[in-house]
Ligand binder design. Structure first.
Ligand SMILES: O=C(O)CCC(=O)C(=O)O
Ligand SMILES: [Fe+2]
Length: 216
């Protein structure tokens, strides 16, 4: 594990890092430095070229404001039939493999033996957001969910495992990584808003979130 608490000396090429815990969700601020972020974006552009972004409908028939695609054995998908994992992109092609730059974050923070089955790619254009929800379409909640933020800053809201009640929020910036595991594996969470144009990582603005999960 290469994460280090903030304030200490960091070697060349590594970003300054701070660690927060909010409702059991670990937030590793500045985990990825600018070069690592740029390399990951290039890899994600490759994923989106092979498996184009689409905006699915929720099970209630409402089109999501976030555009998405996936890499890995499965892709996350939703339509009126409900939330689920699919072995193929809606066009029929297999999902491309999860890029090595992304897997290496999982290896360093979660496991070197068991790789994630899905890397969901969420793309937030201007005005896109994601309502409070739980990640619960997976078979084994003992594996954490790891999420990587790239591009524009977003307000991440975190509630409790049960519905309702108070929430807290944290601003996620480009290069931040969140780990939702243990007691926090099933907390409600969502993206309230994105400060469009706050980062220069993506030339046309927007935010990419990568969510890595073990599915089977
Ligand atoms: O965009 C984010 O940071 C959160 C994404 C998320 O919660 C999800 O895809 O399940
Ligand atoms: Fe989620």
């Amino acid at each position: 594990m290469i994460f280090r608490d903030g304030g200490g000396a960091v070697s060349e090429g590594q970003a300054m890092q701070t660690r927060l815990a909010i409702r059991g969700v670990e937030v590793l601020k500045g985990y990825l430095g600018p070069e690592a972020q740029a390399a990951m974006v290039a890899d994600i552009r490759g994923v989106a070229a092979a498996a184009p972004l689409f905006s699915p409908e929720t099970r209630f028939g409402k089109k999501m404001s976030v555009a998405m695609t996936s890499a890995g054995k499965y892709g996350w998908y939703t339509d009126r039939r409900g939330y689920r994992y699919e072995p193929r992109h809606p066009s029929g092609v297999a999902w491309p493999p999860i890029p090595e730059t992304v897997l290496s974050v999982w290896r360093d923070l979660v496991s070197a033996e068991r790789m994630p089955d899905c890397c969901l790619v969420n793309f937030y254009r201007e005005g896109a957001k994601m309502g409070l929800h739980q990640d619960r379409d997976e078979a084994d909640f003992s594996w954490p969910v790891l999420s990587i933020s790239l591009g524009d800053t977003a307000r991440f809201r975190i509630g409790a495992v049960d519905r309702g009640g108070s929430t807290e929020s944290v601003w996620l910036e480009s290069g931040d990584v969140c780990v939702m595991g243990g007691e926090a594996r099933l907390v409600h969470h969502g993206i309230d808003k994105v400060r469009f144009g706050s980062s220069t990582l993506l030339s046309d603005g927007g935010r990419i979130n990568l969510t890595l999960r073990v599915v089977d």
